[in-house]
Structure formats: C-alpha cells, structure tokens
Write a protein that binds this ligand. Structure first.
Ligand SMILES: N=c1c2ncn([C@@H]3O[C@H](COP(=O)(O)OP(=O)(O)OP(=O)(O)O)[C@@H](O)[C@H]3O)c2ncn1[C@@H]1O[C@H](COP(=O)(O)O)[C@@H](O)[C@H]1O
Length: 117
C-alpha cells in the first residue's frame, strides 16, 4: 500500500474511532454505539462473533455467486465493531496499524518457527 493510501486509511479509522469515543456516556436511545457501550463487553463480543461468522458465510457465498460485494459489507461491519471493541479497552486503531507496521516484512512462517517452545 502506498504511504498516501495508508495515511488515508488511518484518517477514516481515526475519524470513526473519534466518533465512537464520543459516544461513551451518550444516549443509547439515539446512538447505536452508545447502546453497545451501555450493554458492555458481552454485547460487543457477541457482535464481533456474529460479524465474523457473517463474513465467513459471505465469502463462501461469493465463491458460488462470483459476487464479492457482500464480503466488503461484512468486513466493514467487522472492522466497525472491532473499533468499538478497541474503544471499550481504551485502545486505538493507530495502535493496531503500528503493530501491523512492526510486523511488516516479517515472514509469518519464520516468526512462528522462532517462537519459544
Ligand atoms: N460504521 C458504522 C456502522 N456499521 C454498522 N453499523 C450498525 O451496526 C448494527 C448492526 O448491524 P447488523 O447488520 O448486525 O444489524 P442487526 O442484525 O439489526 O443488529 P443488532 O441491532 O441486532 O445488533 C446496525 O444497526 C448498523 O447500522 C454501524 N453503526 C455506526 N457506524 C459508525 O459509527 C458512528 C456512530 O454511530 P451512532 O452511535 O449510531 O451515532 C456512525 O456515524 C458511523 O460512522
């Protein structure tokens, strides 16, 4: 990914994360995110599980139909709910991007082989 595209990705993730953060303590009647926060960990984790499962099903369907659009929507739902989960633990998307940057160029095969027993 180019530096410009990576910065753009950071920008939209940062903006949505800031909106999510602003929903802490907001009215659950008018905000979906505030409603999730008011329900707590289990409600957020349930949505992560649902959206992950829906992503798997959309990908299986896409292999049959040849239409990958639904995969995009489901991954967007999964990413959005992952942002809510990060906020619940006072973590930021930038920290995830930093972790991916730290891993950049590190072979997954080599990393696994170097793990202590
Ligand atoms: N990106 C999203 C986003 N993506 C999905 N959703 C909502 O996530 C919910 C769950 O999606 P599902 O398809 O699983 O719907 P469902 O089966 O009815 O789920 P449940 O309501 O039963 O949990 C729906 O209500 C979607 O509208 C989102 N809700 C909010 N955002 C972002 O969060 C911001 C703050 O939202 P509010 O807190 O509602 O103002 C928004 O401005 C957006 O930027």
């Amino acid at each position: 990914m180019s530096i410009e595209a990576n910065e753009a990705a950071g920008t939209i993730l940062d903006r949505v994360a800031a909106t999510i953060e602003s929903r802490k303590g907001a009215d659950p009647a008018t905000s979906y995110v505030a409603k999730l926060f008011s329900k707590g960990d289990d409600a957020i984790l349930k949505k992560i599980g649902e959206e992950a499962t829906e992503t798997v099903m959309a990908a299986k369907d896409a292999r049959v139909t040849g239409d990958g659009a639904k995969v995009l929507y489901e991954v967007a739902d999964l990413w959005f709910h992952s942002l809510v989960l990060l906020a619940q633990f006072d973590l930021s998307p930038q920290q995830v991007l930093d972790e991916l940057a730290r891993r950049e160029g590190m072979s997954g095969i080599a990393e696994k082989a170097a793990r202590p027993e």
